[in-house]
Write a protein that binds this ligand. Sequence first.
Ligand SMILES: NC(=O)c1ccc[n+]([C@@H]2O[C@H](COP(=O)([O-])OP(=O)(O)OC[C@H]3O[C@@H](n4cnc5c(N)ncnc54)[C@H](OP(=O)(O)O)[C@@H]3O)[C@@H](O)[C@H]2O)c1
Length: 247
Amino acid sequence: MKIVVIGGTGLIGSKLVAKLGDHGHEAVAAAPNTGVNSLTGEGLAEAFAGASVVVDVTNSPSFEEAAVLEFFETSTRNLLEAEAAAGVGHHVALSIVGADRVPDSGYLRAKVAQEKLITGSSIPYSIVRATQFFEFVGRIADEATEGDTVRLPPVLFQPMAADDVAAAVGRVAVAEPLNGVVEVGGPEAFRFDELVRHALTARQDPRTVVADPAAPYFGAVLSERSIVPDEGARLAATSFDDWLRDN
Ligand SMILES: NC(=O)c1ccc[n+]([C@@H]2O[C@H](COP(=O)([O-])OP(=O)(O)OC[C@H]3O[C@@H](n4cnc5c(N)ncnc54)[C@H](OP(=O)(O)O)[C@@H]3O)[C@@H](O)[C@H]2O)c1
């Protein structure tokens, strides 16, 4: 099967392209530096010729509220239009668990806008909502740092390895379209501050992590279950400690 991975050079995309190739699929890594740009439309028609599935694992270069909304809306519109013209039969997108539960986050509002365009289009689709990647924990800590203190709300947090995210997206991409949403998460739930404290300690990072219920997460105040999956989510195998040992 020809599967085009938009954002195929990124963290998830490169792992996904490798896994699909290992399973005998023709996986095409599409990104600006391979001549495919979902924002301008450049290279989409050529890339989609003969493709059965398009997987969107792009990310916005800027997380600023207006920029990220513009990125996901324009990019998704261009992809869906080019897929319709090429007769692509399955659009798969990677979104985020709880995207619709945190309206104060500009980034998550943009992911909801992306999902709305997909569900409103004529292309059969599957949306995979994943929890935060273990690889993203460092950026979360940096974003929450003031001086030598990291402030995070002690809400539930259930991150997962990028490798497991790519595997989950791959399984969905080669199956029939769900025309719905599937949630994937890590094997264990932690308190947000507890996991980040553990991660920083393991890296001998001297910052102090403080549990603060009012501390924002990328601008949004979270509640207990805002960003953890509901019952029925597919849970990945790799634990945080296993991942830490290998990374
Ligand atoms: N971080 C998390 O914890 C988390 C959790 C759940 C879901 N997600 C979602 O996972 C997705 C992938 O994240 P990631 O960390 O793998 O992203 P990433 O490593 O930043 O990769 C993004 C990819 O998108 C490509 N890209 C950027 N602009 C493009 C454009 N105009 N046209 C085509 N491709 C473009 C990039 O290519 P260049 O490098 O050449 O620019 C790169 O290949 C995102 O949609 C994010 O919302 C993230």
